[in-house]
Design a protein around this ligand. Sequence first.
Ligand code: F6P
Length: 358
Amino acid sequence: MAKFKKIGVLTSGGDAPGMNAAVRAVTRKALAEGIEVVGINGGYAGLLNGDLIPLESHSVSNIITHGGTMLYSSRCPEFATPEGMAKALATCKEQEIGAIVAIGGDGTFRGATDLANHGIPSIGIPATIDNDITATDLTIGYDTAVNTLLGMIDYLRDTCESHARCNVVEVMGRDCGLVALYAGICTGAVSIAIPEVGFDEEAAIQKIANVRDKGKRGIIVVFSEGMPQKNGRKYSEYFAEKVQEITGVETKFARVGHIIRGGGPTLRDRMTATQMGVEAVNLLLQGKSNRVMCVLENKITNEDINYALVLDRMCKGKLKDGDLDRFSADEIASMRARCAYRQAKIEKLYNMAYEICN
Ligand code: F6P
């Protein structure tokens, strides 16, 4: 059983709709178990500076519907230094914080695992609009962000249709193409460019020319911000110019940025955040630490944080020297299989889109 009487909860990294729902679930579940809860403001920076607020049941009333994060967020490089960690541990000691739930992306989990290694049991909850944590099929915020994006691209399509234009839309996602892929498929984009799949520029331009010849007026192209640069500039902007130059189709460019990080979370994000928040507290109560909550095959589960971080680097081709040393041959084989499965899933969807979106 747990040996602590108070837990801290924080949100860190890029905010994501549903973070509040997770904070609420962690708070309410912990209180129901007789554990005190403290909110840590501004991510790990708040832990370093002792910027805390006690959370009661009413403190988290009415936040399930809100985007953003009531605990605010930041990226905190100082936390990764020995001095930063010493300050964080001092806050935990002074304030009697015996465990942490850290809500965010991979940077957040690196912080959580560092805390766990220094004796503070920690659980990560994946929340980022990018859906780029390989260990989980879904991160909190992704569903809301892509749904918001669909609406925006639909608006662009209306005006493209009226004026017989093409619109190249660059969307967020960091170096993960899932936001672009799903939004592209579900808005009927003629072409989608994501870092996970080779982009055949000539074929894409030819496809645009072909669909125009067949009478298509409004043409949407979705580009992931993670696409590599082209001729020293953003590939999306370069591509928009090329389309107009080669096909003669009037082409506009739009970048849809932080706006998709805002807004009230969807049903799916609220539910996932709620279930993950409750389960994160359950894990801590069972004496577990260094775990990250996941959704696999529609079930809420959890994974070792170190495994999740290394799996992620493997999938992104960013393994560091020694990363695999602490894992068994079976674990490494399972990581490889998961990367291959993820890549195959993405390619299958990409190819399906290529065939039917025209
Ligand atoms: O990770 C979420 C994300 O919104 C990415 O999609 C984007 O590249 C990045 O954060 C933007 O970060 P910032 O909030 O620092 O501008």
